[in-house]
Design a protein around this ligand. Structure first.
Ligand code: UDX
Length: 441
């Protein structure tokens, strides 16, 4: 159990994909936590023990910590500020049309913090923000709260992945804290002590850069392996084996070398754009990262071409799409490759049968059901029924385990295009299917 000498209450401002796992995580570590969000419907859902989005293992922990009194939620942001000693800023930083981040939610919440300062506060940025945002936060507080107020601003970037956020909170590979005072340093070290994780303590600007650099490097790795995948395809090599062959080199590492349809989600595409934008503002040539983006955008074309090569004419063909979320174990479809694939195939006149274990309700908001062009199905098998091909767009575990003999019985043409290289080609072919992966034989 953590000691509680230095501070009493941790406030979490913003209860989305970052804020909610953070609030629940700190409560589970034994801290007293108050979470707040300006969306009152979301707050009442959370107060009743419901997670507003799909995140494995989060809901039971949320309920436990609400019941045991370590976590409370309120839509009164000011109240949360007044009650807390440490304030984690976890509000959204969406993308503006020019690629730069929209920091209006950060500014708004910081103004509320300034108006409710009732003693020393440690304000910690957790949302992904451009370097030097902490300086603006400081300036904003001084402007709205006046001098004589006592506070510190620190940076503690989050590295939680959607779908494994709870696990990532309790077993981080590192915690980064950027601080400017001894007090901020000691408080954050104390807060994270129960995790017993490696901690990188640095200055605030450096911590802000670490977050953008990490996500940009991950995106770069994915685009790199996707280029290798195209070359493998051209010469008859296998990218999954190349990934294994290079990934065993500890200097390269095996993760984020899965070739396929490209990266999506709320973080990688947005953070990459923001990083390019910041670099340009500071006259640093980051054309390397622009190329990473270009390669990623071209993945959809490549995938659709592959479907065309497998099926020839797409008009009037019935196509099952397995997987809609931007990655498995989430219902998040922000920047999901599936959305672009659906739109391209509908333009070609194909009839789509969609299935995803978690994300169908979200996709329905973008593409309402419209039979026979677009149908939502209750299972992978139902989606495959009478289809001329199955496209794997998200690598959910249930697709790996599917009974191909059963699929064969219901499908019209046994063709599988695996946009995530998640199936074993041999198993699928032995079941009587034509199998097309990305950069593999
Ligand atoms: C990312 C970072 O990993 C996390 O540390 C940060 O805090 C938030 O942003 P997340 O957006 O949840 O997490 O997804 P991530 O697991 O990074 O995957 C991003 C995208 O890359 C997904 O679309 C995924 O399918 C794709 N991907 C990932 C690949 O195409 N190939 C890979 O090898 C790995």
């Amino acid at each position: 159990m953590a000691e509680r000498k230095l501070f009493k209450t941790v406030g979490v401002l913003g209860l989305g994909h970052v804020g909610l796992p953070t609030a629940v995580g700190f409560a589970e570590l034994g801290w007293q936590v108050v979470g707040t969000d300006s969306d009152s419907a979301k707050v009442s859902l959370i107060a009743d023990g419901h997670c507003p989005f799909y995140e494995p293992d989060l809901e039971p922990l949320l309920r436990k910590n609400l019941a045991e009194g370590r976590l409370k939620v309120t839509c009164d942001v000011g109240e949360a500020v007044r009650e807390s000693d440490i304030l984690f800023v976890c509000v959204g930083t969406p993308q503006k049309p020019d690629g730069s981040p929209d920091l209006s939610q950060v500014e708004a919440v910081i103004r509320t913090v300034a108006e409710n300062l009732n003693g020393y506060k440690l304000i910690v940025e957790k949302s992904t923000v451009p370097v030097q945002t902490a300086q603006w936060i400081k300036r904003t507080i001084l402007r709205y709260a006046g001098s004589g107020t006592e506070f510190d601003v620190a940076s503690n970037p989050e590295f939680l992945r959607e779908g494994t956020a709870v696990h990532d909170f309790f077993y981080p590979d590192r915690i980064v804290i950027g601080v400017e005072s001894e007090r901020a340093r000691n408080w954050l070290l104390e807060l994270y002590k129960p995790l017993n994780a490696p901690i990188v303590v640095t200055d605030v600007n450096t911590a802000e850069i670490i977050k953008h650099a990490a996500n940009s490097f991950l995106a770069l790795k994915i685009s790199f392996i996707n280029m290798i995948s195209d070359l493998c395809e051209a010469v008859g090599a296998d990218v999954t084996e190349v990934a294994r062959g290079i990934g065993l080199d500890p200097r390269i590492g095996p993760q984020f070398l899965q070739a396929g349809i490209g990266y999506g989600g709320y973080c990688l595409p947005k953070d990459l754009k923001a990083f390019i934008h910041i670099a340009e503002e500071h006259r640093v040539d980051f054309s390397l990262l622009k190329e990473v983006e270009r390669v990623n955008e071209a993945r959809i074309d490549r995938f659709v071409r592959k479907v065309q090569q497998a099926l020839w004419v797409l008009k009037e063909k019935t196509i099952a799409i397995w997987g809609l979320a931007f990655k498995p174990n989430t219902d998040d479809i922000r920047e999901a490759p599936s959305l672009k694939v659906i739109s391209r195939l509908l333009d070609e006149g194909a009839k789509l049968r969609l299935y995803d274990p978690a994300a169908m309700n979200n996709v329905r908001q973008v593409f309402p059901e419209n039979p026979p062009s677009l149908v939502y199905c209750k299972s992978a098998i139902e989606a495959a029924t009478n289809a001329h091909a199955i496209l794997i767009v998200t690598e959910w575990e249930e697709f790996r385990k599917i009974d191909w003999a059963k699929v064969k019985q219901v499908i019209a043409l046994p063709i599988v295009v695996d946009g995530r290289n998640c199936l074993d080609p041999k198993t699928v072919r032995e079941a009587g299917f034509e199998y097309y992966g990305m950069g593999r034989k």
